[in-house]
Design a protein around this ligand. Structure first.
Ligand code: ATP
Ligand code: MG
Length: 234
């Protein structure tokens, strides 16, 4: 579903991604972990064409990514990015109507289902400012799902949340894991990553240092840098 081949990305002189290669199968859930500044967000942003790469190739569903990629690949950011002047429901139906040209009625039917799924049916006519952080993030997830993406990217979806609100968002993501959607999740929640992922990728200084099965990678890391990282964060 996602094929990343020898990707290099620079910001000016700064090499941020260096020879990154990874294949992600349909329905697979891959978590990316690693220290701050290691290039995790940049990699996600390259998959979604929010950044251009300098070298290498990225394919989604067999096609080289282009500017239409947002129809196939959804993204949930750390900071929710909801439209403040739109209600919860309006936030969720916006892109399906504008980008996918769905009829309003159809978009609302889809949104109703998704808001139910994330447990926010009773908040659909409320503005984002009246929501908790966890609720906002659940709206952001419903909004991404409304485009019926084949791939969903999460960039630290819980890092802006108070500890007591993290669980409700992780639970929503866990439920999605049972569906067919391919997910790439950048997270600092190691326990969550271990539970939900089919595979873990550890990045440091723009490179993939180690990747593998969650149990093996967390319990028996090969690389010294990963061992040091895990000791620090767990
Ligand atoms: N738009 C930009 N212009 C210049 N440098 C950038 C830009 N975006 C990111 N960088 C640099 O690229 C490197 C990787 O950043 P990135 O945001 O991908 O790291 P990260 O692994 O997501 O870190 P964190 O865990 O803190 O979110 C950092 O050194 C950062 O300063
Ligand atoms: Mg980041």
């Amino acid at each position: 579903m996602i094929k990343i081949n020898n990707v290099y990305k620079k910001f000016g002189e700064l090499e941020v991604l260096e020879n990154v290669t990874i294949d992600i199968k349909k329905g697979e859930i891959v978590s990316i972990i690693g220290p701050s500044g290691s290039g995790k967000s940049t990699l996600l942003r390259c998959i979604n064409k929010l950044e251009d790469i300098n070298l290498g190739d990225i394919y989604v569903d067999g096609k080289k990514i282009d500017k239409n990629i947002s129809k196939k690949v959804g993204m949930v950011f750390q900071g929710f990015n909801l439209f403040p002047h739109k209600t919860v429901l309006e936030n969720v139906i916006e892109a399906p109507i504008i980008v996918k040209k769905l009829k309003r009625k159809k978009a609302i039917a889809i949104a109703d289902k998704l808001l139910k799924k994330v447990g926010l049916t009773d908040k659909k006519d409320v503005y984002p400012s009246k929501l908790s952080g966890g609720q906002k993030q659940r709206v952001a997830i419903a909004r991404a799902l409304a485009m019926e993406p084949e791939v969903l990217l999460f960039d630290e979806p819980t890092s802006a949340l108070d500890p007591e609100l993290i669980g409700e968002v992780l639970n929503v993501i866990k439920e999605l894991a049972n569906e067919d959607i391919t997910m790439v999740i950048v997270t600092h929640q190691m326990q969550f990553a271990k539970e939900i992922s089919d595979r873990i990728v550890f990045m440091d200084e723009g490179k993939i240092i180690e990747k593998g099965d969650p149990k093996q990678l967390f319990n028996n890391p090969n690389e010294k840098r990963l061992r040091r990282f895990l000791k620090r964060v767990i």
